[in-house]
Design a protein around this ligand. Structure first.
Ligand code: ZN
Length: 272
């Protein structure tokens, strides 16, 4: 027994990307703090990089959430920074993929997870390196669907000099699209980075290329940056350097039940 903690990002193709994982004996505030402190040291401070964190703590109910600022859990107040509206719990997807490794002894488990992640990253790189479009494949399909839906809306130029402001309407609904600022008054474009159906109606009216209005984080350019890193090799034990430290012993019976000693686990955190 023990707790596998993981930090999982989402790539531009809406696939999970594991940045770090670590094992702790029990799930305590101190253990989580240790993991997050190491994570922060690795990926940089969230205030500089504007990281957004989603925890999968399953407290669920409104009573629990209402203790926090609405910007952290109510969509209408969300920041326009992350450009993500995918509700898939990436940590759960990762957990499901490694279910066969999690019952193994700690070092074997960690090594098998590492090998799985290497295979996964190599596979993504192979599949995506020859993708011809500007957008990541998932985003390309998503945009094609939105373009089809956008034909139900009517875009009217409002007369600005740049010809990039439109009133877009359908039946009784009207929204304000600004193709200079990449905004729509429905807020979806700002939240997701993908032009909404209203914006696409205006873009089609101008006969512009829709992909030119998509945020770079949804494009192949971001995929290439994400997969430009690779996980370092770990030689087998006979090639490990000799040190003056005491030999690694099997965990005590209590540790066998509870996982592994904390100090040993510290080495498991991976850098990206
Ligand atoms: Zn809109």
């Amino acid at each position: 027994m023990g707790w596998l903690l993981s930090a999982v990002f989402q790539d531009a193709n809406n696939q999970f990307y594991v940045v770090a994982y670590g094992v702790v004996r029990v799930e305590t505030n101190d253990a989580c703090k240790w993991f997050l402190t190491n994570l922060q040291a690795d990926i940089g401070d969230e205030t500089n990089h504007a990281w957004n964190f989603i925890s999968d703590q399953q407290k669920g109910a409104w009573e629990y959430l209402s203790k926090f600022e609405p910007e952290t859990w109510v969509k209408v107040y969300f920041s326009h920074g992350p450009k993500v509206d995918n509700l898939t719990n990436m940590c759960e997807v990762f957990n499901a993929k490694i279910v066969n490794y999690r019952c193994k002894p700690i070092l074997t488990m960690c090594e098998e997870i590492r090998c799985y992640l290497v295979r996964r990253m190599v596979n993504h790189k192979r599949v995506l390196e020859n993708h011809p479009g500007k957008l990541a494949p998932v985003q390309q399909k998503r945009m094609e669907k939105l373009v089809t839906l956008s034909t139900k809306w009517t875009a009217e130029w409002v007369g600005d000099n740049e010809r990039k402001r439109f009133e877009v309407s359908r039946k009784g609904s009207k929204v304000d699209v600004n193709l200079i600022k990449y905004t729509c008054s429905c807020n979806r474009w700002q939240l997701t980075g993908m032009p909404c159906t209203h914006a696409l109606a205006a873009i089609m009216k101008r006969r512009d290329r829709a992909e030119d209005y998509v945020h770079p984080w949804l494009c192949m350019e971001s995929i290439k940056k994400t997969y430009s890193h690779c996980i370092k090799l770990v030689p087998s034990a006979e090639f490990w350097p000799q040190t003056n430290y005491s030999q690694l012993e099997p965990p005590s019976s209590r540790d066998l039940l509870a996982g592994q000693k904390f100090t040993t686990d510290r080495n498991i955190l991976l850098s990206h």
